[in-house]
Design a protein around this ligand. Structure first.
Ligand code: AMP
Length: 398
């Protein structure tokens, strides 16, 4: 079956058409600047070149139409007609407490997702627009929602509650949810598979280090803790997000700068992290590494502060699980950035592990970095959220 995987942002739409039997990506692409001027689609079919076409996309429905046009196009397409799409898998960011696994989309499910919009005001409405657009253009094709929060729903209360009055959890569902769940699930399963072991017998820490970054503790196949919270702002220092801070900073800063609490939260989301720490130099680790090599002290500090926070979380999650068998790195930085991995691993020798510096130079591949005799296996497992979404979609549709 061909599964169309859709990941909708407020002005973008990423897609992949995956053949679920071979698990090969037949075509993929990105619609950008939807609803803004100069919108364009960048489409690539397997073995072909990326082709960018400027095309008017006033809304997401128009974008889905263009995607279908490209997929069925005589020269750059890969299918003859819409009928060759067996199902659509949608990434949905927030499933609240309602969704602990992927779900077939029905009108009731759409209502339930809508009721989580408050928790992810930037993401969920966009995800829903994508779902509705696909339903309009592909009536009768089964749609599945795969939630970023679902994998973390196994966290126990002691991990997901904040130390604030309990009534706020009851009234507003303020608690830790966690994100990147599809990636944490995929990477922890794949890590166990690579070692020829059953995930149920392992304690795994997954470090999803991308522009957004989170870390999770997967014990016996289920998530028992993760670093992101009510929103993706909590936890690790990220590209532009602060991660954990003293919450009193919000009113302190609002007061000092004469701005609102919302303004401060926006600074914490968009101008903080390694971008903020490097004095606005860059949120991209490649730029920071180059600047650091050129002697830029702020860039060096940003990189050290970032790695230190990751190492602290690994220590915390080792304690939470009473040990660790595998530490897996994934996402942009985790898969490609040897310097970050080396620095983080430098903190982990007490666990009885090491990183082979030659192997650590390899980028973007499944690789075991520790020695076979080490107590803890450190490895790189490139994430594949689209494939995970396609698998879940097929599981539900069949
Ligand atoms: P992601 O959000 O998973 O796409 O990760 C994006 C981040 O990965 C970028 O901001 C880069 O800092 C980092 N990244 C990607 N490729 C490399 C690379 N070759 N070396 C270092 N960092 C990289």
């Amino acid at each position: 079956m061909n599964v169309l995987v859709i990941n909708c942002g407020s002005s973008s739409l990423k897609y992949q058409l995956i053949d679920s039997e071979s698990e090969k990506v037949l075509a993929k692409g990105l619609c950008e600047r939807i609803g803004i001027n100069a919108s364009a689609i960048i489409h690539e079919r397997a073995g072909g070149e990326k082709v960018k076409t400027e095309v008017d996309m006033p809304d997401h429905t128009a974008a889905v139409r263009i995607v279908i046009e490209k997929l069925t196009d005589e020269s750059v397409g890969v299918i003859a007609s819409l009928k060759e799409i067996g199902a659509v898998g949608h990434r949905v960011v927030h499933g609240g407490e309602k969704f602990s696994e992927a779900t077939l989309i029905t009108p009731e499910v759409i209502k339930e997702v809508e009721s989580c919009n408050d928790l992810a005001p930037l993401h969920n409405p966009a995800n829903l627009v994508g779902i509705r657009s696909c339903m309009e253009i592909m009536p009768g094709v089964p749609m599945v929602g795969v939630f970023d929060t679902a994998f973390h729903q196994t966290m126990p209360k002691k991990a997901y509650l904040y130390g604030i009055p309990y009534e706020y959890y009851e009234k507003y569902k303020i608690r830790r949810y966690g994100f990147h769940g599809t990636s944490h699930d995929y990477v922890s399963s794949r890590a166990a598979e690579i070692l020829g072991k059953d995930r149920k017998d392992l304690k795994i820490i997954v470090c999803h280090l991308g522009n957004g970054a989170s870390i999770s503790a997967v014990d016996g196949g289920v998530c028992i803790d993760t670093s992101m919270g009510l929103t993706p702002l909590e936890g690790l220092i990220m590209g532009t997000r602060s991660g954990d801070i003293d919450p009193a900073i919000i009113s302190f800063l609002a007061d000092k700068e004469g701005i609102t609490a919302d303004d401060v939260v926006s600074i914490l989301n968009k101008k903080s992290g390694v971008l903020g720490l490097s004095n606005g130099l860059s949120s991209d680790f490649r730029d920071l590494a180059t600047a650091s090599e050129d002697g830029n002290e702020q860039a060096t500090t940003a990189l050290h502060t970032y790695a230190y926070r990751v190492a602290k979380y690994i220590g915390a999650y080792t304690a939470a699980m009473g040990g660790v068998d595998i530490i897996a790195f994934t996402a942009g930085v985790g898969e490609n950035n040897a310097a970050a991995r080396e620095e983080i691993a430098g903190y982990l020798e007490y666990l009885g592990t090491s990183v082979d510096l030659e192997k650590n130079k390899i980028r973007g591949e499944e690789i075991i970095l520790s020695k076979p005799e080490d107590k803890v296996t450190v490895m790189v497992v490139p994430t594949n959220e689209e494939l995970a979404i396609a698998r879940e979609t097929v599981r539900l549709v069949q």
